[in-house]
Design a protein around this ligand. Structure first.
Ligand SMILES: Cc1ncc(COP(=O)(O)O)c(C=O)c1O
Length: 428
């Protein structure tokens, strides 16, 4: 049995066990049943998805801080800066002038038009505003896209390591997510051969690629993106492109999948480049045939994205100077850490082309990244995320550092890491 099949069978075994437990509990119930005192209720088996380990690290870091310890936060993937002033002033004006009720399910027209324009300005691609659906962050975009494209039992290939919520959302929706393991030999992105082999073995309904990726920060080469999109088009596989880290690149700008096909589904968000994680606003670009499908789902599931956040998002398009200053800070942080981490002994880094992450192999120091990250937090006050969130099989050998904080914090983290005996000892 290959690893993909093993993972799928394991997930099914867990679900079966949960369902069996619920059946047994129901059968055990012999006493009188009343509407007021239901017994033995259990959560649905489909809700049995893993938690997000980074949240546990955040909680541990907050506890240390409450004891007065200094902690440098490199665990959470979010900018340390607020939404740009242009977004905030648009909101201030709207608070006095508008009712801020529900909006159209696909978003306010001005924002959809502005997003469409950004495709022309940034990539030279024409996108009709009608193909844009605004939603509550890219997290909602995944739910809308997966429901629109896939039935229960569908198989959507994902890269591993990768953002964990893809597989958790898919699993909650009754879909499978066969994984394609990537590594230094494939520049941390799936190859056409790997996708084609998986399609031959299990039959794919979808392929999801994030570039720049989380946790690696690696950007897919345009040629590879083009050939994967073409392969999917030719084989009736939906190509979903998570472009949430576009705008945050340090070598060449990232290319959108829409440059290569109008039949892809592109997902993006104001969370990262626009520094608006808490505003919960993102968008999808879908082929014309799916617009009404997404609209019906959005109407029923969410009604609309928050009006105030859509106004902020529209304003954020005028905040480019401020946002580019943020990017310059990330670029400096990246340069500092690309020098400092190898000096500290962390030499095996994935190509950090974009986003604000460094993904590093720590197998020379530990077989248990979770314990190692906990030691790093408690001993030197540097909070990072163990790779297990992103790669269940190999993640015990990896850590993710987020460098979206201040330059002063990154310099201090570098100083602490270089002096940390656990890294020093292993180097000796
Ligand atoms: C690759 C990737 N996609 C999507 C998301 C979700 O972002 P949001 O729902 O804030 O748009 C994240 C968050 O970290 C991410 O890293």
């Amino acid at each position: 049995m290959d690893r993909v099949q093993y993972g799928q069978r394991k997930a099914f075994a867990v679900r079966e066990a949960l369902a069996e437990g619920r059946r047994a509990m129901a059968e055990d119930e012999t006493g009188p049943k009343t509407a007021r005192a239901p017994k033995h209720r259990a959560a649905a088996a489909r809700s049995d998805i893993a938690s997000f380990i980074v949240m546990d690290v955040m909680a541990a870091a907050a506890e240390l801080e409450s004891e007065g310890r200094s902690v440098i936060h490199m665990e959470v993937g979010q900018p340390g800066t607020p939404a740009p002033e242009a977004a905030l002033s648009a909101v201030r004006a709207a608070l006095n002038a508008e009712t801020l009720g529900y909006t159209a399910a696909l978003g306010i027209d001005a924002l959809r038009q502005r997003i469409a324009r950004s495709y022309r300005d940034r990539y030279g691609v024409e996108v009709e505003p009608s193909r844009i659906a605004v939603c509550t962050g890219s997290s909602a975009a995944f739910i809308l896209a997966f429901l629109a494209l896939f039935d229960t039992g569908a198989r959507i290939a994902l890269a591993s390591p990768g953002y964990p919520c893809y597989r958790h959302i898919l699993s909650a929706l009754g879909c499978h997510s066969p994984l394609i393991e990537t590594g230094p030999e494939t520049r941390w992105m799936p190859t056409l051969d790997a996708v084609a082999a998986l399609h031959r073995n299990v039959g794919l309904d979808g392929l999801l690629i994030a570039s720049p990726a989380n946790p690696t920060g690696t950007v897919i080469e345009p040629e590879r993106l083009a050939e994967l999109v073409r392969y999917c088009d030719e084989n009736g596989i939906w190509f979903i492109s998570d472009e949430i880290y576009h705008g945050l690149t340090y070598e060449a700008p990232a290319r959108t999948a829409l440059e290569f096909s109008g039949d892809t589904v592109v997902i993006n968000s104001f969370s990262k480049y626009h520094a608006m994680t808490g505003w919960r606003v993102g968008w999808l670009v879908v082929p014309p045939s799916l617009v009404r499908v997404i609209e019906r789902l959005a109407q029923n599931l969410f009604i609309s994205a928050p009006a105030v956040s859509q106004i902020a998002a529209l304003g954020a398009f005028d905040g480019t100077d401020e946002l580019e200053r943020n990017r310059t800070t990330y670029a400096r942080n990246r340069a500092l850490l690309l020098e400092a981490l190898p000096e500290a002994g962390l030499t095996a880094l994935a190509p950090a082309d974009g986003a604000f992450y460094l993904y590093t192999d720590v197998s020379a120091f530990t077989d248990d990244a979770r314990t190692f990250a906990a030691a790093m937090l408690h001993e030197i006050g540097v909070a990072v995320t163990p790779g297990l969130d992103f790669d269940e099989r190999r993640g015990q050998h990896f850590l993710r550092f987020c460098y979206a904080g201040t330059e002063a914090d990154m310099a201090e983290a570098a100083r602490r890491l270089k002096a940390w005996p656990r890294l020093k000892n292993a180097q000796a």
